[in-house]
Structure formats: C-alpha cells, structure tokens
Design a protein around this ligand. Structure first.
Ligand code: ADP
Ligand code: ZN
Length: 817
C-alpha cells in the first residue's frame, strides 16, 4: 500500500493521508500538487509533502483525484519555512499554504472563473476545449468548476483551467480586487491582415488620401524598425509623429491598428543598464565595506542611516555583488505603493533582472513570477515585493534586504498566518545560509537591541548624501498659542507664516496628521494631558456606553473625570481632527493654492496613490495633507517645509509602542523636508514641547529614545524583554463570550505562571455583530517559548472541547504589534 501526505489549503493543523497507486507513488515528488477529495463533495488542490507506506489509523485513506504537476513547484526549503511559520505563529500549516500560494495554483471545485477583460485574447490560440469554455463565458459572467466539468463532460479539468489562466483568457473571480489597480498603458500594433507584403501595399493604397493617418503609419514602421519589436505605446506614437490620439483612433476604427493594454510596471525594461554611473560617496563606501565585513561573522546586519543618507545606493552595490555570484536577491518593502519608485531605480541599474511580486498583482503575473523564481530565471534574479514575496520558491537565495524594517506593515494582522515578514525573512535566510540587511533611519527597538547584544551587526550613515543638512526643527507650544489666541482653526501663526513663506518661494509643503486609531482618548483641551494606566504605561481609552476610561490591556478603569488630572481644566474632549478638516481649513487660509490630500479615502480608487504622488512631484499640488503614508520613504525634491499638526495624538496612542512610533513617524515625516541643497524646516505643533520624545526628535537623538524606551519596556514587561501573545475571542452572544473568556483567562493564568492580562474589551467592543475580548500573555526571556506555546495550545484544545465554548472564535497573534 502506498500513501502520500498532503497539506490542504484549509485552517487545519494536520496533514492528511491519501492512497496512491504504485506508479503514482514513484511519480509523485514532494512539492508537487495533487487534487484530492475532501468531505462529501469537495475537491481541493493539496500539496504533497511526504510519501510513505504507513496506513492511517484513524480514518480510511481516500484515493487522490489526480496529480497536477510534472515537477515540484514548491521547494523543500519552502515547506520547512512554512512549517516554522505555522509553529512559531501558532497557526495551521494549511493557513500558511493557502496564504503563500497564488490562488490560481489552488483551484478547487467552488472556485469561480470569469473572462479576463484586460489584454488581448487571441482566439486562434485556444484549443477546442478551451474555446468551449471561452464561449460559455460570453454567455454568462462566471462559471464554477462544476459547470466546466458539465460543459466538457469530463472530470479532469484543473489543468485546462490552469492553461487558460496562463494564457490570460480567464481569471479567478476572487481576485477582482478594487484596492489595487495597476496603471495600464495603451499600446498599438498593426492589424494582422496587413502583416504580409501584399497587405502592406493594400494598406498604402487605402491610406492614399489620408495624409495624417499615413504619416502615423509610417512613423509606426520607423519605430518598430529601430525598436526591435519592443511594444509601441500610443503616447510614443503620437509624440514622435506629432499627431493626436484622435488620428490613432481613426486608424483603430478602420482596423488598420489594434490597441491593447499592458500594466506599466510590467513592461520590460529596454534601456541599457548603466552599471558604472553609480559612484558611492566616501561615507557610503565605508558603510558598504563595513556591511561586508560584518557579514563575515554575522548573518544579519542593520544599516542605520539617517533619512536621505543614500541607503538605497548602498543596497544596489551589495545586490550587484550577489548577482555576480549568481545568487537570487529578495528586496522587501513595507508598502506596495513604494514599488513603482524603486522598480525604476533598480531597473535603471540592473535592467531586466528585476521582478515585482505582491499580493495585489493578479494571478497570471503572480504565477509568472512564481515560475521564474522556481526556475531560477535571470528575469527574477532580483525580486522586489511586499511581505508575501517571502513565500516564493527560491532555490538559490543569497541576500535579503528588509528596507524600512521598523514599519509595522511587515506584520500581517489578518488573516492567519500573522507573521512578521522581517523575522520570517531572517529564518528563511538561515535555510539558505543567506545574509540579511535591515535598513532604517529609525530602527525598531527590537532590531537595535539585537545589535546591542551582538546578535546583529550595526553599520551607520550619519549624514545625508551630498552634505545636505538635516532639517531644522521648530516646536510650537499649542497651550501657549491657544491661550494667546494665536490659532486659526488648527493652525498656529508660526505654521501659517512658514507655509506662506515656502509657497512664496515656489516651494512645496507637507502637512502631517496622524490617523486617529479606533480608540478614542480623553484629552484636555487646555494642557493636552491624556490619562494613563499606571500598570501598563499606555493611555486609557474612553468607553462611551459605560462613560469610563479603561486600559485595554489590563482592564483597569476609572469613571470619566470631569476635570483634567493635570491642570484641573474642565475643557475635556474625545474628538480628534482628521486630514479632511485640515484640508478644509487650508482652503480658507490659502484659497489660491492647490491642496492635495493623501489618506486612506483619497488613495483607495484607481491608481489613487500614484496619481497623487505624481501630481505632487510634478508640482501641480502646493500643499499636501496626509497621514502615515507620507512618512514612507518617498523622495520629493521641492519640499522645504513639513508641518506636524498635532504630535500629541501620536504620543498618546493607547499602545505600548506609542513613543517609539511617534519618534519614528515624526523623524520619517521630517525627513521629507529639504532633500536637495536647501536646508528644510519642520514645524511641530504640540501641547508638550518638553516631552522627552519630542526633544529626541528635535535633537535627532535616536540613542536617547532607544535607551529611555528600553528601560520602560523592561519595567512594564514588553518586547524585547518579553514576548507578547494576544488572544482574541469573538462571539455574537455577549454572555457566552464573557463566560468563555473568563474560563480561558483563569486556566491560562493558573497554568502558565507568567503575566496574563485580561480578559479585556477593546474600545470598539463589537465588530459586525460580534463581541470581542482580548487576553494578553507576556513571556519573559527566561521562559522557554516552545514549551509555553505548547501549554497554551493544550489549554486552547481543552477550551475547544467544552461544548458551550466551541462556537467562540479564537485567534492568536504571536509577537503582536
Ligand atoms: P535614503 O533611502 O537613505 O533616505 P536615498 O537612497 O533615497 O536615501 O538617497 C537620497 C537621495 O540622494 C536620492 O535622491 C539619491 O538619488 C541621492 N543619492 C544618494 N546616493 C547617491 C550616489 N552615490 N550618487 C548619486 N546620488 C545619490
Ligand atoms: Zn493597564
């Protein structure tokens, strides 16, 4: 008897055993996909991870449905890495598998397929079976896999659908995503009927009397002769021939040209790569050498370089070294929106060796990059991506860069696996004996701590490139300004003067307002004080329905005070203000000026983010108001003033990392100012100009911030000294949830012998009709993480076996951010 061990793309911790024939047993290799039946009628794409002859004891092994691959498409290192993620982040291996694979590689019988509306479909390239499906999709908008089985009257259809996805004829329904629409560029080509020589003569006679059109066609031929078959965009054609797109349209209507769309960041690079142009400065060269020598002893190094010090150029030189040895390089970014800028920077240097991968790409593209990486193709020797690029089938990985390593977006929040891409990257690198470079102007406390204890190397760039000066920081005391009536709305006189001056000089301005979290705070309008929890060192949040302030970590609570504890003022508020309000006030203050806004609302739509960035770069916008997105590594050359509208709502965010994050965000936003010759200026409005964190930002004192925060982390039991696991429980029934969470808390508390906090209600205690409770576990350095997690898992299993708690949803967030 022969068996294969299979991971299913479901939230199941176990693998499943299926039976196979002897021939199949010898054919299947670890890392190949097999379609397998599951439950009554489901078929899933599973992953073979082992072959053996041990009959399962608890159930009768079913036969597999079919083998889907001829060669493994997942490597053994990947499987090892996924198993590590499942165990460290306490989730199901099936969750990791499902999260890691492009969904086109995970067809199941419920999958909906629809026609691909983008790109050109060449019907003559379709097989008969493919054509039948294609036709069916002209009649109805989507088909289930079951329907396809009906249409073709056969069972074995996954490979056919797969082919059609590869050909770009169909897409999977679930990937119709609105959040990311890549920029499409329109290209033009000659209709196939004119491709031959006779066709050409015919064409010229058709156009005899249409001079403008003829001119364009001739330009088209010229371009294609010099371009070596590179696609010709409508824009290029009209630019070169000096004509309008209306003429092009006329030619399309006449069926002389055809147009088609290609996503901009996927057009392959065609210029020459210019290896020798980049010359490192002395400081950069020194950093480069230091990183290399630190890699002789350490696996991981941190490049701590101030904003605009030229970290990217150091990365480029390092990448170059790994490429010459034939190794693959992975470049992780915190934000998809940053890829476009970086891709063009890297392509200018490495030409066609750069591939982009992220979860918002459609399936075809993701599968394409997946395969290129699997085949160790030159085209994907450098992969740039957000955190999911970590799951690609590398075989020869030599180097990983984690840029802006402090960014919290590297931690996945939902769904499982809730992994931290930086930490998971370090584990992945170890499997390949590859090196990891973390880079940031404001490193996370955890990473800096690791350099301090000698685990990671540390390399610094202390000055900006080309000796551009760090921006000058001006503090504005809001208390004083309100008292002396020097405020117009949320703008102090100092800020208004600063903006006026910058605009007068033709420079641009960025205004930053922190996105207010979902936790409302009680803030004194007179002195800016926000009440804190004495035990947890976080701000208390306001719970409206109970009219009280609570610590959402430990549950400490007080009645809502009527007077400020600090200044006895009576003017207390729970309302913050957002970017929209600032934009409105600006329109009143500077009616002649163009004002842009960059936040979640304005960047959601089609190309939202890029459009706004582009128009700001092109100086069509004078003042840009925005949230955190502004802080992320963008490079603008004409911004001389950055204003931070209110530093306090960052400082008092109810989160144990609030001061660290405030330092990072303010320093990063400030870093957008004065990136060319002229020294930039930053105006910070705050009620607390003497707050240590504000002073540290002003003095560019990272070490001061680090030391102070590290001490607090020790006292209040937080990372890097303690590891935190947050457990969330959810259920529709308030009482059942309450009972269940108290039960779980008590059992954890009695069995673990380490700090367990809660069960606590978040300020928003109900989402989509479900109530929420949270429990926080703090694991000290001296406890074994592995055995603590084992105990927790055991307790969760018994929780699950209590009948009345079974319906309560439990999620775990290890190293909760
Ligand atoms: P960081 O990532 O450290 O904030 P960047 O890598 O964006 O800094 O560099 C800041 C600016 O300086 C960029 O405009 C970059 O093109 C320029 N720059 C940095 N190093 C060099 C170099 N060696 N040669 C030319 N320009 C450089
Ligand atoms: Zn507390």
């Amino acid at each position: 008897m022969y068996f294969v061990e299979v991971i299913l793309p479901l939230a199941l911790a176990k693998t499943f055993t299926y039976s196979v024939s002897e021939a199949e047993y010898h054919y299947i290799q670890k890392g190949m996909r097999v379609a397998v039946p599951f439950g009554k009628s489901k078929i899933y794409t599973g992953l073979a991870i082992d072959l053996h002859q041990n009959k399962p004891t608890l159930y009768e092994a079913k036969e597999i449905h079919q083998i889907l691959d001829e060669k493994p498409i997942v490597t053994e290192n990947q499987i090892k890495h996924w198993q590590w993620i499942a165990s460290y982040y306490m989730c199901a291996i099936g969750d990791v598998y499902r999260g890691a694979m492009p969904s086109a590689l995970l067809l199941e019988n419920e999958t909906l397929i629809t026609k691909n509306t983008v790109g050109f479909i060449d019907e003559s390239q379709l097989t008969d079976e493919e054509f039948l499906i294609y036709q069916a999709l002209q009649q109805q908008s989507s088909l289930k896999v079951q329907d396809v089985i009906g249409i073709l009257n056969k069972k074995n259809i996954f490979p056919i659908i797969q082919k059609m996805i590869d050909k770009g004829v169909v897409v999977l329904h679930d990937e119709i995503q609105e959040s990311y629409k890549p920029k499409m560029v329109r290209y033009i080509r000659l209709h196939s009927k004119y491709e031959s020589n006779e066709g050409l003569n015919e064409l010229l006679s058709v156009l005899k009397n249409a001079n403008k059109q003829k001119e364009i066609v001739l330009t088209y031929f010229q371009l294609s002769a010099t371009n070596h078959k590179k696609p010709i965009s409508v824009k290029e054609l009209t630019d070169v021939s000096n004509s309008s797109s209306a003429v092009v349209k006329a030619l399309i209507d006449k069926e002389i040209f055809e147009d088609y769309l290609i996503q901009e960041d996927r057009v392959s690079f065609t210029g020459d790569s210019n290896d020798n142009l980049l010359q490192l400065s002395e400081a950069q060269q020194k950093a480069f050498d230091e990183i290399k020598s630190s890699f002789l002893e350490k696996e991981v190094s941190l490049l701590h370089g101030v904003t605009s010090s030229g970290k990217t150029e150091v990365y480029i030189k390092l990448i170059e070294e790994y490429l010459t040895t034939g190794k693959q390089v992975l470049y992780l970014l915190p934000e998809i929106a940053l890829t476009t800028q970086l891709v063009s920077r890297l392509q200018a240097y490495f030409g066609n060796k750069v591939a982009v991968f992220h979860s918002k790409y459609n399936n075809n593209e993701r599968v394409e990059v997946w395969n290129q990486v699997l085949q160790n193709s030159e085209k994907a020797q450098i992969v740039i991506g957000a955190r999911s690029a970590l799951f690609l089938p590398f075989s020869n990985l030599g180097f990983i860069i984690v840029d802006e390593e402090h960014e919290q977006t590297f931690k996945q929040v939902d769904p499982a696996p809730r992994y931290h891409a930086r930490d998971a990257a370090i584990v992945l690198a170890a499997f390949f004996k590859a090196k990891v470079l973390l880079g940031s102007a404001t490193p996370s406390l955890e990473s800096y701590y690791n350099t301090a204890i000698g685990k990671y190397g540390l390399v610094e760039l202390k000055n900006r490139y080309a000796n551009v000066r760090m921006p000058e920081i001006v503090l504005v005391d809001l208390k004083d300004k309100y008292f002396r009536k020097r405020m117009t709305g949320h703008f102090s006189d100092v800020l208004i003067d600063g903006i006026t001056e910058a605009l007068f000089l033709g420079e641009q301005v960025i205004l930053f307002q922190n996105r207010r979290g979902y936790s409302p705070l009680l803030e004194c309008m007179t002195c800016g004080h926000v009440p804190q929890c004495q035990q947890c060192d976080v701000s208390l949040t306001y719970h409206k329905h109970r009219n009280e302030l609570r610590c959402h970590y430990c549950g400490y609570s007080i009645a809502k005070p009527t007077r400020c504890h600090s200044c006895s003022g009576i003017d207390l508020t729970t309302k913050g203000f957002g970017t929209e309000q600032i934009q409105q006030e600006l329109i009143q203050l500077f009616p002649e000026r163009k004002i842009g806004r960059m936040d979640q609302d304005t960047t959601r739509g089609k190309f939202g983010f890029e459009k706004i960035i582009d128009s700001f770069k092109n100086r069509e916008i004078d003042i840009m108001v925005g949230t955190q997105m502004l802080a992320k590594g963008l490079d603008f050359d004409n911004v001389s003033l950055v204003g931070i509208m209110n530093a306090d709502n960052m400082l008092y965010h109810p989160d144990f990392r609030a001061f660290e994050r405030s330092y990072q965000t303010m320093t990063q936003v400030a870093g957008r100012a004065g990136r060319s010759e002229k020294q930039g200026k930053v105006i910070i409005q705050t009620y607390n100009p003497n707050h240590n964190t504000i002073q540290q930002v002003t003095n560019n004192d990272y070490i001061g911030m680090y030391k102070e925060q590290l001490y607090d982390r020790l006292i209040y039991k937080y990372p890097p000294y303690f590891r935190i696991i947050k457990i969330s429980l959810k259920h529709r029934d308030f009482n059942k949830l309450k009972e269940g969470s108290i039960w779980l808390y008590q059992v954890l508390f009695q069995n673990l012998g380490i700090p367990v906090l809660g069960p606590e209600e978040p300020a928003i205690n109900r989402i989509r009709n479900e109530y929420i409770r949270t429990i926080m576990i703090k694991i000290p350095q001296e406890s074994s993480i592995v055995s603590t997690k084992k105990t927790i898992q055991k307790i969760l299993n018994s929780f699950d076996s209590v009948a009345q708690f079974r319906a309560i949803k439990v999620t775990l967030n290890v190293d909760f951010y």
